[in-house]
Design a protein around this ligand. Structure first.
Ligand code: ADP
Length: 468
């Protein structure tokens, strides 16, 4: 599909080209007619002289003779040829090469007036004039004189060359001007497109730059800005609703949990104890889902602020591994920790800890018995310096096609849905937390080959332990 800019350039060039060509053709035709008229005038005067000479010689012996006309000046006519015809169109005499009449179309019947015609003889354009010869006040012969028209064409050569140069140059200039005009006209629109491309659900406070001139582009931009206002309002109230609902649900859930735990402790019948135990587990799942929803709603509404403080990543990772070691042991998964060196960064202790706990929890959750899970802390050698926390497992792995989707909300792999508990919100939250710290989570995994999640966090030079 052609862009609007290209369409404008093509249409403009086409219309301008048609106008320019039309103008050139009309001008050329007028100049041509003018040159032919000049040639005709000279032919007319020459024919007149011949007719007069013939009339004067009409009583001479040997009349009519071609040689009697030799003395007549041609008046600058080039290579002019003459022939004399009777009124029945029998040739009385003719110059060599002027014997064909097939090409010349004369008006029938009229011989009393001068007649002109253009013919092609031996592939050359010839202008022919027919003139009545009156003897004793009676038309008795017709004299025809012919002259080549190359002078006419030669005289118009500069004009032809001028047009051949002028038209392409004019078209190029008009095409260039059309392109420039369309670029200038679309510039404010392209600026709006660039801003619109950066606007997403999380950056809805951005607005399109409106051009100062109140033209159609300004109106379009204003309408789009008003639309973003409305979408922004709707999304904000929806986020507020999720945040309020999750917040309101937390207290009753906590009360229900403590009531059920009390009931679990005091229940006598084993069947009832078992039922209450299952309910407590489900309630735990529900509570963590509500907490995750509240976290995401606050993240979206930019209500969640980082509580930045110096953090020893090595110590944090040890703590996280210890926290999940019980679960790993129960599952029969071997948990290993490698710390290359002590690393201090500035960040939010709680949020980063929840990231590592989530990754470790997933690594154990998706590994079967006797598999290994490792957590490693290193510092990248390149600039800028980064702390790399690698959580690696030998579990089922994640197919390449799902790599981007595992970080989206509520996405759970098809096997995970049926075999493990979860909400599909853990990685979405972890990714946002890491991004808030200026880092990223990189996933390397293939089906059946285990998964490696690498958390990259920026390390400032003055945050090395021992460096003050
Ligand atoms: P949840 O674990 O609650 O389902 P997450 O957001 O933590 O939600 O993970 C999303 C999905 O990513 C999981 O359902 C699972 O399919 C896949 N996944 C995450 N971590 C791993 C892992 N270590 N091994 C295999 N699959 C994983």
């Amino acid at each position: 599909m052609l862009s609007i800019k290209a369409k404008i350039v093509i249409a403009y060039t086409f219309v301008f080209g048609a106008l320019l060509t039309g103008f050139a053709m009309l001008t050329y035709a007028a100049a041509y007619d003018n040159e032919v008229a000049k040639l005709d005038a000279r032919l007319e005067s020459h024919a007149d002289k011949i007719a007069t000479e013939l009339e004067e010689d009409s009583h001479e012996p040997g009349f009519p003779s071609r040689t009697a006309l030799d003395s007549i000046q041609t008046g600058g006519l080039p290579a002019v040829k003459v022939r004399l015809l009777t009124l029945d169109r029998n040739v009385v005499f003719a110059d060599p090469g002027f014997s064909l009449e097939s090409d010349v179309k004369w008006k029938k019947g009229t011989v009393s007036n001068a007649q002109k015609s253009t013919a092609k003889i031996a592939r050359k354009k010839i202008r022919i004039m027919q003139w009545p010869v009156e003897i004793d006040d009676k038309i008795q012969y017709l004299v025809q004189i012919a002259a080549p028209m190359h002078d006419v064409e030669d005289n118009l050569e500069p004009m032809r060359v001028l047009f051949l140069v002028l038209i392409p140059v004019g078209l190029m200039l008009s095409g260039g001007a059309a392109y420039l005009i369309s670029v200038l006209a679309f510039r404010p629109m392209m600026r709006m497109v660039k801003t619109a491309e950066t606007i997403s659900a999380t950056t809805l406070d951005a607005r399109l730059d409106l051009p100062n001139v109140k033209d159609e582009v300004h109106l379009l931009g204003r309408a789009l800005n008003e639309m973003i206002d409305r979408i922004d309002g709707a999304i904000k109230s929806q986020r507020q609703f999720v945040a309020d609902a999750s917040h309101e649900l937390r207290t009753p859930l906590t009360i229900m949990k403590s009531e059920l735990e009390f009931a679990h402790r005091t229940a006598k019948r084993s069947k009832l104890k078992e039922t209450i135990g299952t309910s407590v587990a489900e309630l735990d799942h529900l509570s963590s889902l509500v907490n995750d929803l509240l976290t995401l709603a606050r993240l979206d509404g930019a209500q969640l602020k980082l509580e930045i403080a110096p953090i020893r990543l090595d110590e944090m990772l040890v703590e996280c591994v210890q926290a999940v070691s019980g679960v790993a042991k129960r599952k029969g998964v071997a948990l290993k920790l490698f710390i290359e060196e002590a690393v201090e960064i500035r960040g939010d202790q709680k949020k980063l800890m929840s990231v590592f706990l989530n990754l470790l929890d997933n690594a154990i959750k998706y590994s079967s018995k006797n598999k290994k899970v490792s957590a490693t802390l290193t510092i990248s050698r390149g600039e800028p310096r980064k702390a790399l926390i690698v959580i690696k497992d030998n579990g089922p792995g994640i197919p390449q096609s799902e790599h981007a989707r595992v970080f989206t909300r509520f996405y759970r792999g098809s096997q995970s849905r049926s075999q493990t508990e979860g909400s599909g919100l853990g990685l979405a939250i972890a990714q946002r937390f890491v991004e808030l710290h200026g880092g990223q989570i990189v996933l390397q995994s293939a089906e059946g080959r285990g998964s490696t999640f690498t958390v990259e966090l920026p390390v400032s030079d003055d945050s090395r332990p021992g460096v003050s």
